[in-house]
Design a protein around this ligand. Structure first.
Ligand code: ADP
Ligand code: MG
Length: 303
């Protein structure tokens, strides 16, 4: 069942085109990662989906409601964590969440709701503090709490882990993973590992265009058509000699006698590399087939 339907969305800021004819359907329950370098258009797309910014052309529908025409229906269904999460620094955590909740109509048992959301986002120990006194990680939790407080079906999280230290990052990712079991999530990031860790669908955006849309697994498999080998010799070898190995198209010196050999086919060349070493009186200390990383795919697609 389609949850978010984006049709022919284009966005200009003055003369500059930030989004170029984006078409996208997101189904209920998907956890989608919008991946792309800075300036790709991720935040702009999210602002359009959440009806914060009007598109220059095209439509976005959430559960059949047009975001331009039914902003109240959209607000009920969407929780949004903006990139530069604007929080009221002088408010206390609990006070702020109560305040946000009151902006939604017909909410009963407000104190229970706030209590639940504080527990869910791990804000318990900090709930009595002013937002301005919180660490970046806890502020981000308040941002998540704010986005979740009306129990929306869809969460739009713009760079939810940016600027967090490694521990905070792990904790916020865990919360997102749990939320993903129940909700449709669209999150943006410029970090590969993030989509690998969190998402079941990756959409790569570059210069306002969608350049890839697939599962993280498929994207890495696609890239696996090229293979690379990490090999360490006992002796010094020249890159020219290594390039003479049949099938090897590029070589990179990683460390003293350690090399990355890259081929353009998915054929396993380990045997050829061994034979090459024997023929040239070289001792192979280690040889391994390298897994392709999303990072490589990303670089290739956005080149
Ligand atoms: P991302 O979130 O992927 O980094 P953005 O959506 O923020 O990308 O930006 C896409 C492009 O639109 C960038 O070139 C950016 O400079 C431009 N842009 C974003 N917001 C504005 C704005 N309010 N006014 C003018 N240009 C903008
Ligand atoms: Mg952005």
């Amino acid at each position: 069942m389609i949850s978010v339907e984006i049709k022919e969305i284009t966005k200009y800021y003055g003369q500059q085109k930030a989004l170029n004819n984006i078409n996208l359907s997101i189904n209920k329950g998907e956890v989608v990662g919008l991946l792309g370098p800075n300036g790709a258009g991720k935040s702009t797309l999210m602002k359009i989906i959440t009806s914060f910014v009007p598109p220059s052309g095209g439509t976005v529908k959430i559960d059949g409601f047009d975001v331009q025409e039914n902003s109240l229906e959209i607000r009920k269904r969407i929780g949004y964590l903006p990139e530069h999460n604007p929080l009221y620094h002088d408010m206390y955590v609990k006070e702020y969440l109560n305040f946000v909740l009151k902006t939604y109509p017909n909410k009963k048992n407000t104190s229970d709701i706030v209590k639940d959301i504080i527990r869910l986002t791990g804000l318990e120990p900090e709930k009595k503090k002013k937002i301005g006194a919180l660490s970046k990680g806890y502020r981000q939790r308040v941002g998540l709490a704010q986005a979740l407080i009306h129990d929306p079906e869809i969460l739009i999280l713009d760079e939810p882990t940016s600027g967090l230290d490694p521990n905070q990052l792990i904790e916020i990712r865990k919360i997102i993973t749990d939320l993903g079991k129940e909700k449709t999530i669209i999150l943006s990031t410029h970090i590969m590992q993030e989509v690998e860790a969190l998402c079941n669908r990756v959409i790569i955006i570059d210069k306002g265009n969608i350049v890839a849309d697939d599962t993280p697994d498929n994207l890495s498999r696609q890239e696996r058509k090229s293979t690379s080998y990490k090999v360490e010799f006992k002796e010094k070898v020249s890159s020219r000699l290594l390039q003479s190995i049949t099938g090897i198209t590029r070589v990179n010196n990683l460390d003293k006698n350690e090399w990355l050999l890259i081929s353009n086919s998915d054929k396993d060349l380990r045997e050829s590399i061994f034979k090459f070493a024997v023929k040239n009186n070289l001792n192979v200390l280690s040889l391994s087939l390298e897994e392709q990383k999303m990072e490589d795919v990303f670089q290739r697609l956005t080149r």
